[in-house]
Design a protein around this ligand. Structure first.
Ligand SMILES: Nc1ncnc2c1ncn2[C@@H]1O[C@H](COP(=O)(O)OP(=O)(O)OP(=O)(O)O)[C@@H](O)[C@H]1O
Length: 339
């Protein structure tokens, strides 16, 4: 892939006008939009509009690169208006010996976290009907992940890789989830939270940041596996939105897509009340957040919301993952509220 981005190593200071080229298209880097553990997201501009460019540095060899390339693959996996899809990507070998992965994404001006922040600043609350409508769309996106039907159009990696001469990357990204086409595959997002849900121009929620998205279930087969997976969770799954079963992973455990249902409940609560339920528990009652999550201990502030929407949150925030409802049940319950 034809990509000129040496100048990116100087960002985020942005004291100059860096131009980069992806597949013959010039992009101007406008500003930093956000950052995570090993990644930066920039706003870039080209002749036909603005985009977001995610830069993931992979300093510690193949394992980091494998995770980043899995993310690349995830952005091509789902065909849903409620899940982001990438536009392009590139892998660059840095002269220091490590690799950097760039992913070009649609740019979203706002997200669910912005609604929460604006409400907090203005001392307002979201209307229940709007919140439910957004929640339903988020559920639809999650449904596409939890009951993903793979078909030939998902198999885009080979096409993308024709433009990438690096055979090593090719073999890493071509780990086709071990699934036959046309088979239903279960994926979990793994880090669902308000700041990972952006809003399109018509205010439709779009689930973003597919860096933690993985095929499920995950059977933890050994002590070493448990330690490795625990480390991955701590790096990639935001603590206040993390399901209880992800705090002390042991050999013999089975992790399922139910982890997203928990995060979904936390997200709806935060959208209504401006704060994650367990962060609120910590702030109001001085609770230890990890203990509160593991005990499923949270409460509701006084407010105008109906018992029905609180029940929707409660059905997601069930400590035992086996007792937590499926995405179909949550979606059906949410739709019932609006009918
Ligand atoms: N397509 C986009 N349009 C606009 N802003 C974006 C876009 N993608 C990401 N961002 C911004 O960049 C931030 C970090 O992006 P992202 O979540 O993909 O990275 P991350 O390294 O996984 O971060 P985290 O660990 O916080 O989830 C987001 O919270 C959001 O504010």
């Amino acid at each position: 892939m034809d990509l000129i981005i040496n100048c990116l190593s100087y960002i985020p200071c942005l004291s100059f006008d860096p131009i980069l080229k992806i597949n013959g298209v010039n992009y101007k880097i406008e500003r930093l939009l956000g950052e995570g553990g090993f990644s930066y997201v920039y706003l870039v501009k080209t002749y036909n509009g603005q985009y977001a460019l995610k830069k993931i540095t992979c300093p510690f060899g193949n394992e980091n690169l494998k995770v980043a390339l899995q993310e690349v693959s995830n952005y091509k996996e789902f065909n849903s208006p409620f899940i982001v899809r990438s536009i392009d990507y590139s892998v660059v070998s840095e002269k220091e010996g490590y690799k950097t992965v760039y992913i070009l994404l649609p740019f979203f001006e706002t997200g669910v976290q912005d609604i929460i922040t604006d409400n907090a600043l203005n001392d307002t609350q979201i209307d229940e009907k709007i919140a439910i409508r957004m929640f339903i769309d988020i559920c639809r996106g999650l449904h596409s992940m939890h009951r993903h039907h793979r078909n030939a159009s998902n198999d885009t990696n080979a096409i993308l890789l024709d433009t990438d001469s690096d055979a090593e990357n090719q073999s890493l990204i071509n780990n086709d989830f071990g699934t036959e086409l046309n088979e239903t595959t279960v994926f979990a997002h793994g880090d669902l939270k308000p700041s990972n849900i952006m809003l399109s121009k018509d205010e439709t929620p779009v689930i973003c940041d597919l860096g933690s998205c993985q095929k499920m279930p995950i059977n933890i087969t050994s002590f070493q596996h448990a330690i490795g997976y625990q480390e991955l969770v701590e790096e990639h799954c935001t603590l206040p939105y993390r399901a209880p079963e992800l705090f002390d992973i042991k050999s013999g455990d089975t992790i399922t897509e139910s982890i997203d249902i928990w995060s979904l409940g936390c997200t709806l609560y935060a959208l209504l009340y401006g704060l994650n339920p367990f962060e609120r528990e910590e702030q109001i009652n001085g609770a230890n957040i990890t203990l509160a999550i593991n005990a499923g201990k949270y409460s509701y502030p006084d407010g105008d919301y109906t018992q029905k929407i609180k029940n929707l949150i409660d059905m997601c925030l069930v400590v035992d993952p086996k007792e937590r409802p499926s995405i179909e049940t949550v979606l059906a319950t949410a739709l019932e509220i609006t009918s």
